[in-house]
Design a protein around this ligand. Structure first.
Ligand SMILES: Cc1cc2nc3c(=O)[nH]c(=O)nc-3n(C[C@H](O)[C@H](O)[C@H](O)COP(=O)(O)OP(=O)(O)OC[C@H]3O[C@@H](n4cnc5c(N)ncnc54)[C@H](O)[C@@H]3O)c2cc1C
Length: 434
């Protein structure tokens, strides 16, 4: 499973390699290389940028098959962010690289950035400025997540304009059919994915109607939302997450937010446990019994079913990162053949371990297979790979699953790799898409 996934991850490079290959092939036609080096570079950077934007729009469509290729929706979204950054740099390089060409041929480089009487060029210029404007807004730190998301939605427009520009400018794309077909293919794929996500996702994606059964404060800013189905129940695997949207309560915005499911799949009700992190999660504490909640999902590849083959596992939770493990633990305690699991529950202080009692009751009777270690950073310092080695001894042949603050997960991952653990044996869920 893990091997297959890591091979599939290379799927990202294939379309871009294909684009570069077709561009090189286009150059074999008579006069194909009659360009200066800056011109050649500007052509290839634009084509690769276009392909990356097409791929990232496809990733953002939240398709179940696409997220599987990249190891889950959270990882797909992170890849989406990385591709966006690379694509943006290449896109900015596209006109910048033409400056030396303009200087070499005695033209005024300023003309590159202003409109002409050639419409495909003007479309490219509009696309370029729109990209810059939207990215600048996106990078503006004070933006709330929802505003950031709204701005992000418009990024499909400059993509469409960039494709129109590329297909109509006097270039290799116009002159060489296979290259044109490849650009058209990504134009269609990217545009359809963007339209689907922007206009149709909320209407057409798999969703389930639930109602609030109870909301309970666990203390330390952590809350539990229990939902009962009012229609078909959502099937999910332990460790998966879903987007929820509360309807009809003026105190809670209807916007979609992702949360890991902290209950196990056999229960009638579904439970989400959340920490007050900002505006939405604060308002979520205003939900009332009976409020309608639409659940979109489930999503994710951080599910214990994917790791069934690894009988020796270490689960590392930091704070609210315990949520997917609560579902997995409940599943293990019910399935009659539990894996050998060590759960490390990392919290700041003992009082922050609001799920300690629930964990104890789930583990009761399975102490031979499931070991729980509570780690309080106030007393013991940060949770590190050294601590794991000290507690667990030999780390080889163990699968490590982590969910918690990125700084904790990255530090532990680095430490584990330094101790000889293969990166293939480490997986994590990040409570962040950006
Ligand atoms: C896969 C996944 C699973 C998660 N599971 C849990 C969980 O079980 N319990 C829990 O407490 N939290 C969980 N989160 C985090 C939770 O989604 C955010 O804390 C919440 O959306 C914050 O919203 P806010 O407006 O209160 O805070 P803000 O201050 O607006 O946001 C805090 C940060 O959360 C992220 N965020 C905000 N809104 C969204 C959104 N709509 N979609 C994606 N990310 C967003 C942004 O990175 C933002 O910077 C999970 C996140 C992901 C990606």
């Amino acid at each position: 499973m893990r091997k297959k996934r890591s091979v599939l991850q290379y799927a990202i490079y294939l379309p871009t390699l294909m684009m570069v290959g077709l561009w090189l092939a286009s150059k074999s036609r008579p006069g194909g290389w009659d360009v200066t080096v800056p011109q050649a570079l500007t052509q290839v950077t634009a084509l690769v940028a276009l392909n990356l934007f097409g791929i990232l729009l496809l990733i953002a469509s939240r398709s179940r098959s696409i997220e599987r290729i990249y190891g889950g929706l959270d990882k797909s979204y992170r890849l989406h962010g990385q591709l966006g950054r690379v694509g943006f740099i290449l896109m900015v390089l596209h006109p910048l690289l033409l400056i030396p060409h303009y200087l070499m041929t005695g033209k005024n480089p300023v003309d590159l950035f202003w409109f002409t009487d050639f419409w495909p060029r003007n479309v490219g210029i509009v696309s370029f400025y729109l990209f810059i404007l939207l990215i600048a807004i996106t990078l503006y730190r004070k933006l709330e997540y929802q505003q950031w998301l709204t701005t992000h939605k418009f990024l499909g427009i400059p993509f469409v304009l960039a494709c129109i520009h590329t297909l109509n400018a006097n270039s290799d794309v116009k002159a060489y059919e296979p290259l044109r077909d490849w650009v058209v293919f990504w134009f269609i794929v990217g545009t359809l994915a963007w339209l689907y996500k922007t206009l149709f996702y909320e209407k057409t994606a798999k969703k389930y109607r639930y109602a609030v059964a109870a909301l309970e404060g666990k203390g330390r800013g952590i809350w539990e939302l229990r939902l009962r189905p009012t229609g078909a129940r959502m099937n999910f695997e332990p460790g998966e997450f879903a987007f929820i949207s509360v309807r009809g309560n003026p105190a809670v915005p209807t916007e979609l937010h992702p949360f890991s499911i902290s209950s196990d799949p056999v229960r009638h009700q579904v439970r989400f446990s959340f920490r007050e992190a900002g505006d939405f999660t604060r308002k979520l504490t205003q939900t009332q019994e009976g409020d309608e909640v639409i659940i979109y999902g489930p999503y994710g590849e951080f599910t214990s079913f994917n790791f069934d083959a690894s009988k020796r596992q270490v689960w590392i939770a930091g704070g609210i990162g315990i949520t997917p493990f609560l579902s997995m633990l409940s599943h293990e305690s019910l399935n009659g053949d539990p894996k050998h699991v060590t759960l490390i529950y990392g919290v700041k202080s003992k009082e922050d371990a609001v799920y300690a009692d629930e964990i104890d009751s789930l583990v009761a009777g399975h102490e031979d297979e499931i070991r729980v270690i509570q780690h309080c950073s106030d007393d013991q310092g940060f949770l590190t790979a050294d601590f794991l080695a000290q507690e667990l001894g030999d780390l080889n042949g163990t699968l490590f699953l982590m969910c918690g603050p990125p700084i904790m997960m990255n530090g532990i991952k680095k430490g584990l790799i330094a101790r000889g653990v293969s990166p293939d044996q480490i997986d994590f869920e990040e409570f962040n898409f950006v």
